[in-house]
Design a protein around this ligand. Structure first.
Ligand code: PCA
Length: 319
């Protein structure tokens, strides 16, 4: 009787459900977040409901810059971060935020492949796994008035989302204010900012067209979101669940890269439909921004030291 009871209890706990929180910083309708929701559904299905992951969109659980710490400390079992938000902690996290280093989807994939082993090592030391990463669409300049060169950005109130976008503001003489995506609509509505660089995706998510009418398609860089898992939480899962999680993560990565590229065109069309002027950057602006990128690459190389050299060598070697 006791033995039977013990067996029943053991099998009940083996069947028990594990619940995880997954904070992210972007709205539920954003393609990264939709991809995360699909990922969570895939895990649920593959584990027969044993691992339930709740996606907390729009920085509702943790503010964007706090998500990495939360995953590291186990307050969240996993989370999605913008890698380049952490470039001050370690320059390698910011490699995909340097203007014009990798400015197409192909180049971005090559850069990711060069970055990934270094990041896996670093995050491993911090008690985390890098599950997958997906780029935002190429970054362009939203601005209230038409511009011809970087000089036209002098004194303009400029929203930054990471250290690199703040540095760009300094280099062009704009006034940087750091505002995360979740607060961007409000910052525009209250006049705190009048310009920023980002994707068509974020321009659409935040209804930027209600405040700003010009977007220069500079295709300057493709910053990546990365999905991190707390290693102790992962280790506590049984083998089949771990395998299901890794498989769903790999699927989400492949799906995410495709989605990003395909949605980019859709977002730009939607911006146009809502009155945004989508413009190719004038020649002088292009030259000026390229110069900003060159300066930032030099600064980054200085900061990134041997890790940076390893990364750049690997990046240049890729076919
Ligand atoms: N959207 C995010 C990061 C890069 C992007 O395209 C943002 O603007 O906050």
């Amino acid at each position: 009787m006791m033995a039977a009871l013990a067996v029943a209890t053991a099998s009940a706990s083996a069947q028990a459900q594990t619940k995880w929180d997954l904070p992210c910083a972007y709205p539920a309708s954003n393609f990264h977040t939709e991809n995360l929701s699909q990922f969570a559904a895939d895990v649920d299905k593959a584990t027969g409901g044993k691992l339930k992951i709740t996606v907390h969109a729009n920085a509702s659980l943790f503010k964007a810059p706090e998500i990495k710490r939360a995953v590291q400390g186990g307050q969240a079992q996993m989370g999605e971060i913008l890698l380049s938000n952490y470039s001050n902690e370690w320059a390698i996290f910011g490699a995909d935020g340097i203007p014009f280093l990798a400015d197409s989807y192909d180049a971005s994939m090559k850069l990711y492949q060069a970055q990934r082993p270094l990041m896996e090592k670093k995050l491993g030391e911090q008690g985390m796994l890098l599950l997958y990463a997906v780029p935002w669409p190429p970054q362009g300049i939203y601005v209230k008035k038409p511009i011809n060169s970087a000089a036209d950005l002098k004194g303009v109130k400029w929203r930054a989302y990471n250290p690199a976008t703040a540095r760009i503001a300094e280099l062009v003489g704009a006034q940087p204010v750091t505002v995360q995506a979740a607060e961007l609509s409000q910052a525009m509505a209250t006049g705190v900012i009048e310009s920023y660089m980002s994707s068509g995706s974020t321009g659409y998510d935040t209804k930027t067209f209600e405040h700003i009418k010009y977007w220069y398609d500079t295709q300057a860089w493709l910053p990546k979101n990365a999905v991190l898992v707390n290693k102790a939480a992962f280790d506590a899962l049984d083998k089949p669940t771990q395998t299901a999680l890794l498989k769903a993560g790999a699927d989400a990565e492949a799906r995410g890269w495709k989605l990003s590229q395909q949605k980019n065109t859709e977002y730009i069309d939607l911006l146009k439909k809502n009155g945004m002027n989508i413009l190719a950057p004038p020649a002088q602006l292009k030259t000026d921004m390229k110069k900003v990128g060159d300066t930032m690459l030099q600064e980054w190389l200085q900061k990134a030291g041997t890790d940076g050299k390893t990364l750049v060598d690997a990046y240049n070697k890729k076919p």
